[in-house]
Design a protein around this ligand. Structure first.
Ligand code: ADP
Ligand code: MG
Length: 229
């Protein structure tokens, strides 16, 4: 039995640039099951980041709807959406996006403090311990390597135990050794917690490890394949 955790219906996204309409995503319908590891693949400029930001509620579509855990998020105001996003999703960015003025522990605690979780510190320490960074908890982002910053960012994405973790080219700024560590960590956490993992990548090797690959070409879905069981 499968449960749909994320449903996108006829999404489109366009921008107006200098009076010209630029269509970035066209008629995307996609349903993602709870617990799936899905890769959004496609060449640079095909619309992967835009799709991830719509699916995660970071940005609004020009038309179409998105439901997370059965809840339509497209009609919500930013004030209504922010707590939903914070509770149900975690986002890992290519360039880490840690808050430079907060140390590692404070960065990880941040989403839990937003929802006034009294266990924020304890949970953050446990996560940092799990990724081997507890001794570095007082360090600021600039005192950490790229791989370490990304591990902190993954802890931050996981602290509220989200249903869905989005990762946009999470290894794009890392060397191959650090990349493998980050992927293994994301996959271990995905398996251990049965979270849904939606990852954008243009790496074929990485895509081949997913349960399902949705391929974008020029803003449209050009393929949707599942791995052999
Ligand atoms: P990918 O992540 O697959 O490389 P993106 O989703 O970043 O692709 O971009 C898809 C297309 O949308 C590109 O042509 C990009 O230039 C365009 N685009 C993305 N964001 C904006 C924006 N804010 N304004 C105008 N065009 C944009
Ligand atoms: Mg991108």
């Amino acid at each position: 039995m499968t449960d749909t955790i994320l449903a996108a219906d006829r999404l489109s996204k366009h921008y107006f640039l200098g009076g010209q309409k630029l269509s970035v995503l066209k008629d995307i319908s996609l349903s993602i099951d709870k617990g799936e590891f899905i890769v959004i693949a496609g060449s640079s400029g095909s619309g992967k980041s835009t799709l991830l930001s719509l699916l995660s509620g970071l940005d609004l579509p020009s038309s179409g709807t998105i439901a997370i855990a059965g809840r339509d998020i497209t009609g919500l105001t930013e004030d209504q959406l922010a707590p939903v996003r914070n509770a149900l999703t975690g986002f890992v960015f290519q360039s880490f996006h840690l808050i430079p003025s907060l140390n590692a522990l404070e960065n990880v605690m941040f989403p839990a403090e937003l929802k006034k979780d009294p266990q924020a510190r304890k949970k953050a320490e446990n996560l940092l311990d799990r990724v081997g960074l507890l001794p570095r908890r007082k360090n600021f982002p600039e005192q950490l390597s790229g791989g370490e910053q990304q591990r902190v960012a993954i802890c931050r994405a996981l602290i509220n135990e989200p249903e869905i973790v989005f990762a946009d080219e999470p290894t794009g700024n890392l060397d191959s050794e650090n990349s493998e560590g980050i992927i293994r960590l994301l996959l271990d956490l995905h398996r251990a917690r049965q979270t849904t993992l939606v990852m954008a990548t243009h790496s074929q090797t990485l895509a081949s490890r997913a349960d399902r690959i949705v391929r974008l070409h020029d803003g449209r879905i050009a393929g949707d394949t599942r791995a052999e069981q």
